[in-house]
Design a protein. Structure first.
Length: 106
């Protein structure tokens, strides 16, 4: 049985940001990120999972809000031409479906 890990807000935030960086840099695909999160979740002691889920929801929500603010700020610049309009509702749905499919309780 793999060794269980302890949970803190900082640890969850660090895990999420490392995965975001890996996707931005192209060293991980979406499926690899999903698999990494699945493995990470399985290392968390079942008694710690409600706290981990709470911290994960907080980090994802704040990250999503940050991305929205960045996008809104850029779209407000008249000479900035976006390749694709940011759809925060779509991002929220994707994040929700990933957390539900990973076994997180909604």
């Amino acid at each position: 049985m793999p060794q269980e890990i302890s949970i803190s807000y900082q640890a969850v935030k660090s895990k999420v940001y490392r995965l975001i960086d890996a996707m931005v840099e192209g060293s991980k695909t979406e499926s690899e990120v999903r698999e990494s999160m699945r493995r990470w979740w399985m290392l968390i002691h079942p008694a710690d999972r409600p706290v981990a889920e709470k911290y994960l929801a907080m980090v994802l929500s704040r990250s999503n809000a940050t991305l929205g603010a960045i996008g809104d700020g850029l779209f407000a610049i008249k000479d900035f031409k976006a390749l694709r309009i940011h759809d925060s509702e779509k991002v929220s749905k994707i994040a929700a479906s990933h957390t539900n499919s990973a076994g997180f309780v909604s």
